[in-house]
Design a protein around this ligand. Structure first.
Ligand code: NAP
Ligand code: ZN
Ligand code: ZN
Length: 349
């Protein structure tokens, strides 16, 4: 069994450290990728620290993977050694249920195989291990094409932060004439501001951090609203078509529901480990509003998003870190001190 170096969380309370993991020999449909960069998602932190149910240790986080193809299986048609390639949050699915047939593999009825902490179909009894590692082997259906460009580190976060905002903004039709709110300016939120602006919607950022207002405008926000300013929040009543909430901690949803117009939608993408307080029913029924959720995105829409970004020159705003700075990065993430995505340079592992 081939092995590769990785950074591993042995338990919810032990800091990540260097280790060795198994990676399968590429099968006929597999692409093997030498990882150059891996983005750091708040989901990595939730998982490495055991904050979500069902986490099996050891864990190797990382699902914003960008690298170069090193080997391909004999049936692989779409990739050649030396090309750029990327992997996001999903590495396998049943490929036959209605969601897989609709190119929404992340909603596979049989359960998608997540890039980390899922049962590995190829290595019985093992879990999948993510991108905090030197190499990964993935079925070509779940590998994305990336165009050659200058700042490759800044492309990696598109694979989770990017697609997680792109998918709901497209599904609920962020476009000219619409007023869209993004809650939280972290990894996901800053991509939401960029995409909502690029899609032509009037874009507002809600933030708890007054110091981020100037950046938010540079990233494409038309307005910045401090979510702890109750008067400023109340002024926004009945004025939004769509609000996408990226916050990684439980909070009161009612102020955001109140801001929706009739038939407006509040989409939750943040995934706190504890539930939000229950919203007031009246806020839904008096204006036929909806509360929804959205999970990453399918492979086809991820490729569409990557191509849109390459055409428009859109990347993530990143701070590149060495592998051994990961715990410090997690601590800064918990203080909302990320500008706006940490990306690990895998040459440092
Ligand atoms: P992040 O970079 O840490 O950003 C989260 C932002 O939320 C912070 O920068 C902060 O923005 C705001 N925030 C944090 N704590 C807050 C609090 N107590 N009250 C109000 N606002 C707070 O995290 P991320 O990587 O973007 O991920 C965000 C969440 O989405 C995580 O729970 C993650 O697991 C989840 N996620 C979901 C999906 C999906 O498929 N749905 C995909 C990826 C990640 P301000 O400083 O601007 O307030
Ligand atoms: Zn993620
Ligand atoms: Zn399926």
């Amino acid at each position: 069994m081939p092995t590769t170096r990785a950074f591993v969380a042995q338990s919810a309370t032990s800091p990540l450290s260097a280790g060795i993991i198994d990676r399968r020999e590429p099968g006929p449909h597999d692409v093997e990728i030498d990882i150059l960069y891996c983005g750091v998602c708040h989901s990595d932190l939730h998982t490495a620290r055991g904050e979500w149910p069902g986490i099996v240790f050891p864990v190797v986080p990382g699902h914003e993977i960008l690298g170069r193809v090193s080997r391909v299986g004999r049936e692989v048609k779409g990739f050649k050694p030396g090309e750029l390639a990327a992997v996001g949050c999903v590495v396998d699915s049943c490929r036959s249920c209605r969601n897989c047939r609709d190119d929404l593999e992340q909603y596979c009825d049989a359960g998608p195989t997540w890039t980390y902490n899922s049962l590995d179909k190829h290595l019985p009894g093992k879990m999948t291990y993510g991108g905090y590692s030197k190499k990964v082997v993935v079925d070509e259906h779940f590998v994305l094409h990336v165009r050659e460009q200058a700042n490759l580190a800044a492309v990696a976060p598109l694979l989770c932060a990017g697609i997680t905002l792109w998918s709901p903004l497209r599904h609920w039709n962020a476009s000219p004439g619409k007023r869209v709110g993004i809650v939280g300016l972290g990894g996901l939120g800053h991509m939401g501001v960029k995409f909502s602006h690029a899609l032509g919607a009037r874009t507002a950022l809600f933030t708890t951090s007054p110091g981020k207002a100037q950046d938010a405008r540079r990233l494409g926000a038309d307005e910045v609203i401090l979510s702890r300013d109750e008067a400023a929040m109340a002024k926004q009543a009945l004025s939004f078509d769509l609000i996408v909430d990226t916050v990684a901690a439980p909070h009161n949803l009612d102020p955001y529901l109140n801001m929706l117009k009739r038939d407006g939608t509040l989409v939750l993408v943040g995934a706190p480990s504890e539930p939000h307080p229950s919203p007031m029913v009246w806020n839904f029924l008096l204006k036929r509003r909806s509360l929804a959720g959205s999970g990453v995105g399918g492979i086809r829409e991820t490729q569409e998003m990557l191509d849109f970004c390459a055409d428009r020159g859109i990347v993530s705003d990143v701070e590149v870190i060495p592998m051994n700075a990961i715990e410090k990065a997690y601590e800064r993430m918990l203080k909302s001190d990320v500008k706006y995505r940490f990306v690990i340079d895998m040459a440092t592992l």
